[in-house]
Design a protein around this ligand. Structure first.
Ligand SMILES: [Zn+2]
Length: 422
């Protein structure tokens, strides 16, 4: 059975629905990995974000048409992640309306240069693993940031380039609805908040969602600026919104509640920075920092800081690597020993590869079993099946959806029936 908290998170946060945020303002939840929003103006509507696929965007379009049949006048992208920009063409088939984004908008959807020197294949496979491509619906219970079950047709197919790039905070008219566009780096450097002061609605993009922030995505992401994200959460808390409409998970209502979720998320990021910096200053190893960090009691019990999407230990590693780089100050790490050489030494200590194999079978500690399996595989021993079993067992206890999907995806690959085979 998958982790019950993860199942519950998925059930609570992604019910397929169109939620009314204020008169004429709607959010579509649970149709896709991300949310899409509609702001009704006098004779046209504004679409904020467009999901990851044309099929999901079409489904949302049909649901929105039940609320209003006014034509789409403009699209706003909160940021450049592909799960927010890939359904635009559904709403602008002739590409003849303004598409508004931050001036720093820099989408990896259009940026991947397959001829450039870059680990593009690794990124592709790890992305498949994180989002559980090729897993069954029963296996992929959640994306952490969205429902496990959503349409994949037209994935990444409907992106349209921004036509208006916002260089500084400004006010714009959404056909009779005043909006303030606020540049606020967070999950990406190109985040742009949309604030409707009359309706008191704040669209946060992915700078906030009901899960521990994904300060490091295991598909492989460059350093995300922790301090900038915390500062943006502070700025958002200061706005005093009555409705917070995130890029993923349900909207939050009530000024006090919104202040609480934003400031505690800010504090969680600052805590990871402080704990990690302090550990580094005291000469702790990266493994010990990552293994020992937990949120303090006053933050640990907040449901919206559950590690369904981001993970605290990974964040500590990302902060360390993003500030001082991969070296953790222990000169042992300056030398290099190949996996095969280390495994050979360990097997000798254990009394031979057969003894190492037995130890891997005997231990109840799944992480240790994985590590022993890696040594055996480095020695050319057939431990893939045992590793796959351990990964599946770990997946069932894991609260983090991206870890769960990755464990299950890799188990399939080891058994020779995964998407990323070969
Ligand atoms: Zn997103």
């Amino acid at each position: 059975m998958p982790n019950s908290l993860l199942i519950e998170h998925n059930r609570q946060q992604f019910p397929k629905s169109v939620v009314r945020l204020a008169p004429g303002i709607w959010s579509a939840i649970g149709f896709a990995a991300s949310n899409m929003h509609l702001v009704e103006g006098q004779s046209s509507v504004t679409i904020i974000d467009t999901t990851e696929s044309t099929k999901a965007a079409e489904n949302v379009q049909a649901a929105f048409l039940k609320r209003t049949s006014k034509p789409v006048g403009r699209i706003i992208y909160t940021h450049s992640h592909r799960d927010h920009i890939s359904g635009a063409r559904v709403f602008a088939p002739d590409n003849d309306i303004p598409i508004i984004a931050s001036a720093t908008f820099n989408s990896d959807l259009v940026q991947i240069d397959q001829d450039a020197i870059a680990p593009n294949r690794a990124l592709g496979l790890r992305t498949q693993a994180q989002f559980g491509f090729g897993l069954s619906h029963e296996e992929r219970v959640s994306l952490g940031c969205g429902p496990g079950d959503r349409p994949m047709e037209g994935l990444g197919a409907g992106f349209l380039e921004p036509t208006e790039r916002i260089v500084a905070d400004c006010e714009i008219d959404l056909d009779g609805v005043t909006a303030r566009l606020i540049l606020a780096p967070g999950e990406t450097a190109d985040h742009m908040l949309v604030w409707l002061p009359e309706q008191q609605v704040l669209f946060s993009g992915d700078n906030w969602y009901h899960a521990f922030p994904n300060l490091y995505a295991i598909r492989g992401t460059p350093y995300r600026d922790f301090k900038a994200w915390a500062d943006s959460l502070d700025l958002m808390a200061g706005i005093g919104a009555e409705v917070l409409a995130p890029g993923h998970t349900l909207p939050v209502t009530g000024k006090d509640r919104i202040y609480e979720v934003l400031t505690t998320t800010r504090d969680a990021i600052l805590y990871v920075m402080e704990y990690t910096a302090d550990g580094m200053d005291r000469g702790m190893s990266m493994n010990d920092i990552a293994a020992s960090i937990t949120l303090p009691d006053e933050l640990a019990d907040k449901p919206w800081l559950g590690e369904y999407y981001g993970k605290i230990g990974w964040s500590a590693r990302a902060y360390a690597a993003g500030t001082l780089g991969w070296y953790d100050g222990n000169p042992t790490q300056l030398g290099t020993m190949s996996d095969a050489d280390r495994a050979t030494q360990l097997a000798t200590l254990a009394g031979g590869t057969a003894a190492l194999f037995k130890a891997a079978q005997a231990t109840q500690d799944l992480q240790w079993r994985l590590e022993l399996c890696d040594h055996l595989i480095a020695l050319g021993e057939p431990a893939e099946g045992m590793k796959a079993e351990a990964l599946v067992a770990l997946a069932e206890t894991e609260i983090n959806a991206t870890a769960r999907n990755t464990y299950l995806w890799e188990a399939k690959r080891l058994r020779g029936d995964g998407e990323g085979k070969g």
